[in-house]
Design a protein around this ligand. Sequence first.
Ligand code: SAH
Ligand code: SF4
Length: 346
Amino acid sequence: MKAEILSLNIDELKELFPEPKYLAGQLFAFLHEGASFDDMTSLKKELREFLNEHYVSNPVKIRKKFVGKSGTIKYLFELEDGNLIEGVYMPHDYGNTLCLSTQIGCRMGCTFCASGLDGLLRNLSAGEMLGQVIAVNKDNGGSVKNRAVTNLVLMGSGEPFDNYENTLKFLTLVSAEKGINISERNISLSTSGLADKVRTFADSGHKVTLSISLHAPFDELRSTIMPVNRKYNVKEIVSAARYYFEKTGRRVIFEYTLIKGTNDSDKCAKELARLTAGFPAHVNLIRLNEVKERNHVAPTEDATKEFLKKLERLGVSATIRKSLGNDIEGACGQLRRRYLEENQTD
Ligand code: SAH
Ligand code: SF4
């Protein structure tokens, strides 16, 4: 297999291509633009041939596209080793958001999620995360100077903090001045709550919007739907979230996927309000996207609104998240599974 070049920053490119001095920066910009080596006609022919022989310009290829209502596009990507991942592009008034994956599968085993059904296949490299952004930016007419993708959410398949080093490298690459240059203010990272990593991340100097998947305010309940809670409990997670706010000044988002009869009681609302009081936190309510392999049930839209009102009465800042991807298998990991099932050859 050819080597990956997208994971490299400009200094690393300089080590490989020291002369002429401007070459590394030029190559970096070309690659982030989504150019193939053949497209880089301002480079010497021998260099283009060398690059073609040894490297792949983008390890992420668009395999299929599904266009949904309101302009949402669901992408199925193929990686160099044949593995498939998915992403969702969501155009909004304020900009266009790409939801991308950080791992193939996930080993956290949340009981409501499709991504974790088969466990973790492997981590994505920084270049494979960046490759998703580059491919979608280019597919929507964007370039390095005039980007189509303006916002990112790390909410596709995978747990970003279970792939910590690569995720941080990706954040640095995607916000680099010579590249697509998406400001960390426009990037949300969602984690199932690996509290030690949240603290390390708070100290790292990165300043993205941190979303924490809480989903239940009591340990006993949370452990039944999110096994990771046995390692990092609710108290540790909330304390790490406060630490993130203290270090970065950024408000923390708590994601709360409502599951009928599981975490939608008055008692849950009250405890959620208690946990998120006293520091700038916001609760993002998500109506469960039912996964056919699981037997959790989604509450009605009215019940979801009712839960929101309850939280508001308790003084919680909260909103219901529109899940635009729904009509095209928007939830985490569902598209890839369906595609694999339909294309199974046995
Ligand atoms: N692993 C990270 C990020 C990917 S999941 C995390 O868990 O935070 C992104 C968000 O989608 C999480 O809040 C996750 O709990 C939620 N999610 C997963 N499956 C879902 C489903 N079937 N319905 C609604 N939300 C879901
Ligand atoms: Fe993994 Fe997030 Fe899905 Fe949980 S919700 S299994 S952490 S991707």
